[in-house]
Design a binder for this molecule. Structure first.
Ligand code: SF4
Length: 380
């Protein structure tokens, strides 16, 4: 089973409580980035080309756990950068597990084998290993050879010690459906518990801008992949059936950016995990003072091609809560891969892109430099 019953029950109970409390906006997954430093430099990544002062910055254990408490989401995805470069990462994960929240520790797995003994298997803890395809696809995606083999060895070691292990797969416009389907078959044979799949988002800072998918190509790509796996039923996914249905062009969904709020070394990022258009000091400030209606496909040029799970999984989950029979039918019958697609959201009224990220990065860099200067001057 892709998502264990315990997790379904706890997340379902949380959603029910939000609905009963009449909350229109609530978080599902906290995206926690305790650092941006990484030990790889992937072409499609928009997170790692910061100045040194920013790459050297870490969120402390207390800052991370305060964010978890402040946000209240039942699931925490620890991303980055490479989280295993954080010296106290196991304390962060432990503190979240103690709160009986589900932790997905995202990693490129280069340090995973070495660090395994610092972690304990738990129903609340999942290794989420970055694998963008088979050996040649993945090594090309991360711009380094040998990474796929090291990740596969780390997955085997983690499974043999009783850990839950997922893979986290991002697809670009050079993905070949037959190869991706073959890769998903291989992953199942490795004993991986579930796959998280998403089209890549065109980060404005990513070095490779040519290989991001448009919405039309995304939908066709996922239809062509899912067709090879009985409408996606051949594989275990960590995502809802309706999100997979959306990827295949069968649902017209609007983005729910507050569903996956992001806390990183700058603060609470507006509006989502993918776009950095400002930072709030607290989760409450993020929720109350962000112009949410200005974002999402159809509202903002930078959102035009986005179909990423951090924006649309929460929409799919909300739809599943409202229409459980529809979700069940897709789960049982599989994702439809033929026939007309759902109408696309018109882009005529979207506001033009604002290129404010570099300005915000400079503001945050200046703050970090100002904070760290007195310590640097202090006697050793
Ligand atoms: S569509 Fe949503 S998740 Fe995607 S970039 Fe826009 S706000 Fe972020």
């Amino acid at each position: 089973m892709s998502i264990p019953l315990l997790q379904k029950a706890r997340v379902g109970g949380y959603i029910l409580r939000q609905k009963l409390a009449g909350r229109a906006r609530y978080p599902l997954v906290l995206m926690l980035e305790p650092l941006f430093r990484c030990n790889l430099a992937c072409a499609g990544c928009g997170k790692i080309d910061y100045p040194k002062e920013i790459l050297d910055r870490r969120l402390s254990v207390d800052e991370c756990l305060d964010a978890v408490d402040e946000c209240g989401a039942p699931v925490v995805s620890i991303a980055g950068g490479e989280p295993l470069l954080h010296k106290e990462i196991e304390k962060i994960a432990e503190g979240i597990v103690e709160r009986r929240k589900f932790v997905y520790l995202c990693t490129n797995a280069l340090l995973m084998h070495k660090r395994l003994s610092r972690f304990s298997p738990s129903p609340y803890f999942v290794w989420s290993v970055h694998l963008d395809g088979d050996r040649s696809m993945h090594d090309k995606s991360v711009c380094e050879s040998g990474v796929y083999d090291r990740a596969v060895a780390a997955i085997a070691a983690a499974k043999s010690r009783g850990f839950r292990v997922n893979i986290n797969c991002t697809l670009f416009n050079d993905a070949e459906p037959a190869r991706v389907a073959g890769f998903f078959d291989d992953v199942a044979k490795m004993g991986v518990d579930a796959i998280t799949v998403s089209p890549g988002y065109a980060y404005e800072r990513a070095p490779d801008q040519e290989h991001f998918l448009t919405r039309t190509r995304t939908k066709q790509l996922f239809r062509d992949i899912f067709r090879r796996g009985r409408g996606a039923r051949a594989w275990s996914f960590s995502q809802s059936s309706l999100f997979l249905d959306f990827l295949a062009g069968n649902q017209e969904y609007h983005c729910t950016p507050w569903g996956n709020p992001t806390r990183n070394v700058f603060g609470w990022q507006r509006p989502c995990y993918l776009l950095g258009e400002g930072y709030a000091k607290s989760f409450r400030e993020l929720m109350d003072d962000t112009e949410w209606d200005g974002y999402g496909t159809g509202n903002y040029e930078k959102c035009a091609n986005c179909m990423v799970h951090s924006g649309y999984e929460a929409t799919a989950v909300d739809d599943a809560v409202r229409h459980p029979l529809k979700a069940l039918a897709v789960g049982l019958r599989g994702v439809r891969t033929e026939g007309p697609m759902a109408p696309e959201i018109p882009l005529g009224g979207q506001r033009p892109a604002q290129y404010v990220f570099a300005k915000h990065v400079e503001i945050e860099r200046a703050k970090i430099v100002a904070e760290t200067k007195p310590a640097a001057r202090a006697p050793a």
